[in-house]
Design a protein around this ligand. Structure first.
Ligand code: 5GP
Ligand code: ZN
Length: 112
């Protein structure tokens, strides 16, 4: 738990969220401002700043990817997009690593 981290507070249950999946390593909850019919945020239970820091701990990184897979399976998603914003310049606004898990509509490429 890191003070003043929004997602640590959601993990701790101090701020409400609609949680769709949880295991020992991750929780997945609905984004407050969804950009697709399904838009979840998958976060590790422990505080990690971004995917760069996550990649320094292969065990945690592996558990996290398994959690993304399990979330998609739980929701029955077979086609989905995962996005990691890393750095404020590209849109990261919460500095607790999270995979955006988006599904349920056609998506263009390249992304904006
Ligand atoms: P980022 O911009 O860091 O990639 O993504 C942060 C995401 O967190 C945004 O999509 C935003 O809508 C979402 N968000 C911000 N505050 C809250 C909140 O209090 N609850 C939930 N469920 N999502 C939030
Ligand atoms: Zn945190």
């Amino acid at each position: 738990m890191t003070d003043d981290c929004l997602f640590c507070k959601i993990v701790a249950g101090e701020i409400p969220a609609t949680i769709r999946f949880r295991d020992d390593s991750v929780i997945a909850f609905e984004d407050l401002n969804p950009q697709a019919p399904t838009h979840l945020l998958v976060v590790p239970r422990t505080h990690v700043r971004d995917i760069v820091e996550l990649g320094q701990d292969p065990q945690l990184a592996g558990a996290f990817v398994a959690g993304v897979r399990a979330t998609a399976a739980e929701l029955g998603l077979t086609a989905f997009r995962t996005v990691f914003n890393t750095g404020a310049e590209v849109g990261q606004s919460v500095f607790h690593v999270h995979a955006h898990l988006l599904s349920g509509r056609p998506m263009g490429w390249p992304p904006g």
